[in-house]
Write a protein of this length. Sequence first.
Length: 107
Amino acid sequence: MAHYLVRAKLKAGVANELHRRIANQEFLNMRPFGKSLTRAMEGIRHDPKTGEILWEEEDYCSPPLAMERAAVLDKYFDDIKVDNLPEGEGWARISDLPTLWEDPPKE
C-alpha cells in the first residue's frame, strides 16, 4: 500500500455536485477503493494562493489512483499529480490550508 499527496485543479462548475456527493458519502461503497476515497475527500483542502486542491490518499494501483480516476476523480479534477509519501505526511503538509468547503474556489 502506498500513500500519496494528490494535487489537482477542480473543474469549473462541479464544486457543488462534488460537495453533495461527499456529504452523502456516495463514494463509500465503491469497490475496492470507496472507503479510502471517501476518507480522503472528507479532508480535501484548497490552496487559495495556487488554486490547487490537495488531499492524501491511500492507493494500491499502478499507475497511482487509476481506478479512482476512471470512476470519480477525472470527472471533477484536471491536472492530477501525485507524490508518494509516508502515511500521514501529506495531511501534515496541508493541515494549515482551509478545507475546500471553508474557502471554495470561484465557479
